[in-house]
Design a protein around this ligand. Sequence first.
Ligand SMILES: Nc1ncnc2c1ncn2[C@@H]1O[C@H](COP(=O)(O)OP(=O)(O)O)[C@@H](O)[C@H]1O
Ligand SMILES: [Mg+2]
Length: 259
Amino acid sequence: MEISTGSSMSEKKIPEDRETVIEIEHLCKRFGENVVLNDFNLKVYRNENVVVLGKSGAGKSVLIKCVIGLLKPDSGTIRVLGKNVPELDHEDLDKIRTKIGFLFQGNALYDSMTVRENLEFSLRRQWIKLPQTEVDALVKEALGNVSLPHTADMMPAELSGGMLKRIALARTLILKPEIILYDEPTTGLDPVTAREIDNLIIALQKKYHTASIIISHDMNCVKNTADRVVLLLDGKCYAEGTYRELEEAADENIKQFFE
Ligand SMILES: Nc1ncnc2c1ncn2[C@@H]1O[C@H](COP(=O)(O)OP(=O)(O)O)[C@@H](O)[C@H]1O
Ligand SMILES: [Mg+2]
């Protein structure tokens, strides 16, 4: 059987020399009595898209918020580009965050700012004194990357759901992240737009050689984007494998996602 379940996570199919970008070990996070992550382990390598699959409330968003340092775990390590995120002070956390793009479920664009201002705001927070010509070039490049070059002076309210998702992605890309974390990137989009976002995720990974964690329960998105799928269940990495491997699994807990 190709799939590994439980704690004996198999990595035999991944060549030894791949660069580990994110390494999560024994991660535990609870809110009061609610144990959300309970000895969760995961490695993500450069140049791959890992999809974390799990039911609503399984702890997927909590997981990526821990990775970016928005939530502090109770125990465990989260090494991102060699640094243990939960131990970083504010300054080092800010530094590592410049290398991590985070696409929030709700996009988190500023409604009162134009697209350009949203993108520039993201830049200005990182490099305070960048010449305007350079800022303009970066904005242009980022909008080009998401195929929306003509939207710079539009307001978020003028854009469709799919366009907003792309702009949110452009805002993340402008910082040239080594890692991108996607929280349900296709939820709430129509199927055609959702597949466009899938294609964009794949294209960006190829272009920038990023490592990504994609949270999703949209099985089309999972199938299209995942180099590897991990199933988050009961706070643990319950299973991992390719989409095909998990699709063929006999385990009921895995099967229910593929029905
Ligand atoms: N800031 C918080 N305070 C208390 N409970 C939280 C908080 N964030 C998430 N939770 C709880 O953690 C669990 C997992 O949430 P979440 O990661 O958002 O699930 P999902 O897998 O749907 O993204 C849920 O039971 C949720 O209520
Ligand atoms: Mg969530």
